[in-house]
Design a protein around this ligand. Structure first.
Ligand SMILES: [Zn+2]
Length: 163
């Protein structure tokens, strides 16, 4: 999926998190926007992505490390598209009690779930398996993604009216 689609679903995921999690976390406009930005983080392993262009040196180091360490089918949508980063975020939340880590984790998780709608799928259970999982066949940037994108804005509108 492309950046705008990931961003809107990151916002949706943060609002859903803030309103449904059984623990008391701080909710703010900033934290919702932060989750939207966090939803872009997994594509740091894709040189053409928005987040890679924002932090080019970090992205280049990341790509180099991934190329040296990951199996051949894990170059893009590799390590950053697994449960590893969301798990680290949850652990960091329990250690620091900073809700920012929960918002980051839910933003990243929304990205992974959204990419599971695409033909390429994601190796979500790496390092247990490099098999890619998906539950739809949407092609990134094509008509079906546009429908998913507009559904995302519709959900956001409904969430904002409700809360
Ligand atoms: Zn991705």
């Amino acid at each position: 999926m492309n950046t705008p689609t990931h961003y809107v679903y990151g916002l949706n995921a943060a609002i859903l998190l803030a309103n449904n999690i059984p623990i008391d976390i701080m909710v703010s406009f900033d934290s919702i926007l932060f989750a939207g930005f966090s939803a872009l983080i997994p594509d740091i392993d894709h040189p053409g992505s928005t987040v890679s262009k924002l932090v080019t040196p970090i992205s280049k180091i990341f790509n180099w490390v991934e190329a040296k360490t990951m199996p051949s089918n894990m170059k893009h949508r590799g390590f950053t598209h697994t449960l590893i980063l969301p798990s680290i975020c949850v652990a960091a939340y329990y250690i620091t009690k900073s809700p920012s880590f929960l918002y980051m984790g839910v933003g990243i998780m929304s990205h992974i779930v959204l990419d599971m709608l695409t033909v390429a799928g994601v190796p979500i259970f790496y390092p247990f398996t490099t098999k890619r999982f998906r539950f739809a066949n949407i092609r990134t940037g094509k008509g079906a993604e546009k429908i998913v994108y507009y559904i995302g804005w519709t959900i956001l509108g409904m969430l904002l009216i409700r809360y």
